[in-house]
Design a protein around this ligand. Structure first.
Ligand SMILES: Nc1ncnc2c1ncn2[C@@H]1O[C@H](COP(=O)(O)OP(=O)(O)OP(=O)(O)O)[C@@H](O)[C@H]1O
Ligand SMILES: [Mg+2]
Length: 442
């Protein structure tokens, strides 16, 4: 008999079959020959990932002839019904319903407390089935904490294998962001919103946010802090490289999203989304992919929170900015005077200097139109100057550095103006203070 079984993890499904053949890499010819030899000898055979086996229809026909002459039971295990039509026509096609729940019993028998077992079950999602038994065996001798740690580390490794995803290390907490009070409040308020209790209360699962804004004003920093506040891992999707890998962009993205969903709860970060858009030389490909991403964001059920950032609005497609796509669109402007004071304090303290030793209001007043990143750079440059002169860091040295620095906003005046005008009625101000005062007279 000739059967095709559709399943999630073909290697897992053939694990107990005596005549199993695993598809390995690109050895299509060898695998096919081995399979033919087994069939000719009259033994039963099961092959995983059979959809990768054939280079052309002729190979499929040759194999089919051998199968017809044989008494053996031949079973193909595939993830998709992507086989030459001749085989599909003559095979019995079934689908296997192996789910992660199949492993519940194995997890229940582990010597951990109830909560750890629940945590393990949650975190097994996303692993290929063929690896789960091995993982469970590995952790069975550990204590509760190490068992969970080990699974999480295996998960991170799983993600590292993906070409366009990267796990981002986070150090920064909410106290590292100066200003942006409205944005911070919004994030803190949503901390528990991914739980079942929140769902029962009637709160929809948060989808994502878009941060538009001026360079160096804390967008990337806020992404990290969001993940930190929610205790979620932060994973960056390399949106530009997605288009450079030479593989089907949709296929790569779908593969990445499947991996990410297995990793949930997670904050998924797409940085500087407009960079990919401005490189769009092949017409509408990026827009199509963005459309797909937006649809996924609306329909997803897993707790994956998408954070996208952009410095320019003119290149962003309107459908991305339409109300209801993201939970919120924030505009991150240059810091106000009070915000600059906070930023100076943060960066002085970060380098073990006491803010009370400095005239912070004066420094903030002298750095109008400077971004957070530029204020940080002023502190660093002042430290370098002091160190080279073998002096302690003083107000005078910082003021000298301020005097010789020119903020980038001078160069990007037009771009900032455009952002402000666009954001006025369409985005929420991340600082909360609807500042009417405008730097460039508008
Ligand atoms: N509001 C802020 N409070 C404290 N530090 C800040 C703030 N904004 C920027 N910084 C400092 O500047 C660094 C760079 O900022 P960040 O990368 O977050 O800016 P960005 O808005 O993502 O800029 P870009 O558009 O260039 O990517 C931060 O790591 C932080 O040290
Ligand atoms: Mg950034």
């Amino acid at each position: 008999m000739f059967k095709i079984i559709l399943c999630n993890d073909p290697v897992f499904s053939i694990r107990n079959h005596p005549g199993k053949i695993e598809w390995r890499g690109n050895a299509s010819k060898d695998t096919l020959e081995t399979l033919i030899a087994i069939i000719k000898s009259g033994k039963n055979a099961a092959i995983a990932y059979a959809e990768h086996l054939f280079n052309n229809e002729v190979e499929a026909l040759n194999l089919f002839e051998v199968i017809l002459k044989s008494e053996a039971d031949i079973t193909f295990y595939c993830k998709e019904l992507n086989l030459p039509p001749v085989l599909i026509r003559y095979a019995v096609v079934e689908s296997e319903s192996a789910t992660i729940e199949n492993f519940n019993k194995e997890v229940e028998s582990l010597p951990f407390c109830e909560e750890t077992r629940k945590n393990i079950k949650e975190n097994l999602k996303g692993f290929p089935f063929s690896r789960i038994s091995q993982i469970l065996k590995n952790i069975s001798g550990f204590d509760d904490k190490k068992a969970v740690e080990t699974i999480l580390e295996s998960k991170r490794n799983l993600l590292r294998q993906n070409e366009i995803l990267e796990v981002v290390h986070i150090d920064d907490g909410i106290d590292q962001i100066g200003g942006l009070n409205e944005l911070k409040k919004w994030i803190v308020e949503r901390k528990g919103n991914f739980s079942k209790e929140a769902r029962d209360f009637g709160i929809p699962t948060p989808k994502g946010m878009l941060m538009l804004g001026v360079q160096g004003c804390g967008k990337s920093l806020t992404c990290k802090v969001t993940a930190n506040i929610w205790s979620f891992p932060l994973v960056r999707l390399d949106f530009i490289n997605l288009f450079r890998k030479g593989r089907s962009v949709e296929e790569l993205l779908k593969e990445a999203i499947t991996t990410i969903e297995g990793f949930a709860p997670v904050v998924l970060w797409i940085d500087e989304i407009e960079k990919a858009l401005s490189q769009d030389t092949e017409g509408s490909e990026i827009r199509r992919v963005l459309g797909w991403l937006m649809t996924w964001m609306q329909e997803k059920t897993e707790p994956v929170f998408l954070v996208a950032t952009a410095n320019k609005v003119s290149v962003l497609p309107p459908e991305l900015l339409r109300k209801g796509r993201f939970d919120e669109i924030f505009f991150v402007d240059l810091p106000s005077k009070t915000e600059r004071e906070e930023i100076f304090k943060i960066h002085l303290e970060k380098r073990s200097r006491l803010p009370q030793d400095f005239d912070i209001p004066k420094l903030a007043a002298d750095t109008e139109n400077f971004s957070g990143a530029e204020i940080e750079q002023i502190v660093v440059d002042a430290l370098i100057t002091a160190y080279s002169k073998k002096l302690q860091l003083t107000q005078k040295i910082v003021e000298e550095v301020v005097r010789r620095s020119v903020p980038l906003s001078v160069t990007y005046e037009e771009n900032i103006k455009e952002l402000r005008i666009w954001s006025r009625n369409r985005a929420r101000n991340a600082s909360g203070n609807r500042r009417i005062e405008s730097l460039f007279g508008k």
